[in-house]
Design a protein around this ligand. Structure first.
Ligand SMILES: Nc1ncnc2c1ncn2[C@@H]1O[C@H](COP(=O)(O)OP(=O)(O)OP(=O)(O)O)[C@@H](O)[C@H]1O
Ligand SMILES: [Mg+2]
Length: 330
């Protein structure tokens, strides 16, 4: 892929902290959760960027910040080089037409009281973009794009009359009906079987190829990201720890956490050529006393007991396209 000088999305040191809500009668105070810690990345036009990490690592938080379902606590978000971090009013409405999100659960993301036609045409009405006859044509077109044929047969159905895979395809149709520039797809196949997942992957891939839609594809699976994505970013406890071309990350992982994710892939370890990296400690070590340390220190078999316990690693460039936040990388 040609790396353009102007990425569609640029995130600069984005942070999000969830502070505990005070509740009446609560005797103990819980700690704030640093869901994202100064995450920076660029997503190029027409690429599928995979964000990979374990449960609770901050993937959905990043997606929700990008589509402005939540506010950040620091850092900047740029869409086509325009600072959109704090936009409001008309600018926010225009932004919402260009940026969409597909959620993990197709059973909860569609309004059960709307027909498929109303579900998919609603964004066109909200953004007052077309007459009823044009809306019918557009809904027919996007439903066909996501594999409903003939599309009209599904217009008057309700979400409960569809399978999970069909619902997720309706959610994609709704997301693309305004021709967005950028879509966040948050684990869109995690509730689907292999055949439906494969179909969704193909739809996203086609949208990228034919309509140059740019995607952030969120997943806990390095295998799924490797299958679909051009580049991958690996996130651990709110910290982006490695990013680079998908093939590079899979073949030459640099961060011990990425290596641990690869070790956990059954298909990867069945390959006789695969290296078992064995970077994960069986039982975590204690947190160091200092206020700066590597976020993976407690689980990392390769950690230096002095440096990794007293300094936070920055991203190191291993090549023009590959970087990792580990003192030992490279
Ligand atoms: N609204 C919220 N209020 C408080 N804490 C939250 C909120 N949303 C997320 N968190 C916390 O932020 C952290 C990151 O959550 P997030 O949902 O982004 O993780 P995730 O990587 O998407 O996980 P999963 O793979 O399970 O979906 C978690 O510790 C979570 O408990
Ligand atoms: Mg999530």
């Amino acid at each position: 892929m040609n790396r353009s000088a102007h990425p569609v999305v640029r995130i600069d040191r984005l942070s999000k902290i969830y502070r505990p809500k005070r509740t009446l009668g609560s005797s103990h105070s819980s700690h704030p959760v640093i869901a994202l810690n100064q995450v920076s990345l660029d997503i190029e036009r027409g690429e599928i960027f995979g964000l990979v990490g374990g449960s609770g690592s901050g993937k959905t938080t990043l997606g929700r910040l990008l589509v402005k379902l939540e506010k950040s606590d620091g850092g900047k978000i740029y869409l086509s080089e325009n600072d959109t971090t704090r936009i409001r009013g008309q600018a926010l409405k225009a932004f919402r037409a260009k940026v969409q999100m597909i959620f993990q659960d197709p059973y909860q993301s569609l309004n059960p009281q709307l027909t498929i036609f109303d579900t998919v045409s609603e964004p066109l009405i909200i953004h007052k973009t077309s007459s009823r006859s044009t809306r019918i044509k557009k809904v027919r077109k996007v439903l066909t794009t996501v594999g409903f044929s003939p599309a009209e047969d599904y217009f008057s159905r309700y979400p409960h009359e569809l399978s999970g895979g069909q619902r997720q395809r309706v959610a994609i149709a709704r997301a693309i009906v305004l021709n967005p520039e950028f879509i966040v797809a948050d684990e869109p196949t995690s509730m689907l079987d292999a055949t439906n997942s494969f179909q969704i992957f193909n739809i996203l891939s086609d949208l990228r190829k034919k309509q140059r839609v740019t995607f952030l594809f969120i997943t806990h699976s390095l295998a799924a990201a490797n299958f679909l994505c051009d580049r991958i970013g690996v996130i651990y406890h709110g910290n982006l720890v490695e990013k680079g071309p998908a093939r590079q990350i899979i073949r030459h992982p640099a961060h011990p956490y990425t290596k641990a994710l690869l070790d956990a892939l059954p298909s990867y370890c069945q390959d006789p050529a695969c290296t078992f990296h064995n970077t994960l400690l069986e039982s975590p070590r204690d947190l160091p006393g200092s206020s700066h340390y590597c976020p993976f220190f407690t689980l990392c078999r390769e950690a230096d007991p002095y440096q990794c316990a007293s300094e936070t690693p920055n991203m190191i460039h291993l090549s023009a396209t590959h970087s990792a936040a580990c003192f030992k990388a490279g």
